[in-house]
Write a protein that binds this ligand. Structure first.
Ligand SMILES: Nc1ncnc2c1ncn2[C@@H]1O[C@H](COP(=O)(O)OP(=O)(O)O)[C@@H](O)[C@H]1O
Ligand SMILES: [Mg+2]
Length: 298
């Protein structure tokens, strides 16, 4: 166990809560949720604001899975942007549903993901199929391809598609983790029970697109099998972060509930780490759909 925590994790001693500094710019596009680009900063901090993508998600458990995944990825050194809870005033978040703008709460709790400027040096194809091909081929050529396949297996991600990967010109970042581990929400209060822990360990997503793309495009050198062991080596960092999360108390009921749920998902990720290698080999032993297609179309 790391006693005082690694230097890069020290910022998580305090509850990760930011405030929006000015009105956000609503992003257009087919997103599931309302998403803004804006500046946010820790209250009382005099440093300039941090550019963020600020997402309004109604369900607390989804805010918590976003938070837990962003935090776990920090501990495991995986490319997921820093994630925090962001408090926005209603007039800073144009486009919120009326039931939210007319509610009594003064601030709205959102998920904030540190903005990684999309790579605009390359023209991304507009056609969905071509864009998808562009993302997968670029990702699979990079070292983040194998990390992504293994990461999504760890968090049982049900929502990985090409729009949930962002390239900033140097590397790819995995975003949008609200549909990971969510089937476990009903067990939130029963973590101590052995059968529940077993269910947590056994959960698998219906597919793992990045892992399949890696096997398809790099059948002999995808390198995914080697990764679970190196992630297990970071377990003490993850445990240290979980320890901090248990201490995040604000006195604001909604925030404390989200942090309690975040802790549950973090503990679930920690519990799943030793079984990751097994999950991955089960996944990799199933031929990806594309290779079946090629096999039968020859
Ligand atoms: N950290 C980030 N950096 C850059 N762009 C981001 C980031 N997070 C989200 N985005 C952009 O915002 C879009 C919507 O975010 P996402 O979390 O996928 O929301 P939704 O759940 O509505 O799909 C993404 O497709 C991406 O273009
Ligand atoms: Mg998305």
């Amino acid at each position: 166990m790391v006693k005082n925590g690694a230097i890069d994790l020290q910022r998580w001693r305090d509850p990760p809560i930011y405030r929006m500094l000015s009105p956000g710019t609503l992003l257009s596009g087919e997103h599931l949720n309302k998403v803004w680009r804006g500046m946010a900063q820790k209250p009382m901090n005099t440093e300039p604001g941090v550019p963020m993508i600020i997402k309004w998600v109604e369900k607390k458990e989804m805010l918590a899975t976003e938070m837990a995944c962003a935090l776990a990825a920090r501990a495991l050194r995986l490319p997921v942007p820093v994630g925090v809870l962001v408090l926005g005033e209603k007039d800073q978040l144009h486009g919120l549903p009326i039931r939210v703008t007319t509610s009594e709460a003064s601030s709205v709790i959102c998920f904030g993901s540190e903005f990684h400027w999309p790579d605009d040096t390359i023209a991304i194809p507009e056609d969905t199929e071509a864009a998808q091909e562009w993302v997968w081929s670029r990702l699979c050529q990079s070292s983040q391809g194998s990390s992504g396949g293994v990461w999504d297996e760890l968090i049982a991600n049900e929502d990985r598609h090409h729009q949930n990967v962002v390239f900033d010109g140097i590397r790819g970042w995995f975003i949008d983790h609200e549909k990971t581990l969510t089937p476990l929400a009903k067990f939130m209060m029963q973590f101590a029970e052995a059968t529940v822990r077993q269910t947590i360990v056994e959960l698998q997503a219906s597919s793992n697109p990045i892992a399949s793309e890696m096997v398809f495009r790099r059948p002999t050198d995808h390198g995914m099998e080697a990764l679970p062991k190196s992630l297990v080596n970071f377990r003490s960092r993850l445990r240290w972060l979980i320890d901090q999360a248990t201490k995040w108390k604000t006195g604001v009921q909604d925030l404390d509930t989200i942090f309690m749920m975040t802790e549950f998902y973090l503990r679930s990720i920690d519990l799943r780490l030793p079984a990751l290698s097994l999950h991955l080999s089960t996944r990799l032993s199933k031929p990806p759909i594309q290779s079946l297609w090629y096999q039968y179309s020859e």
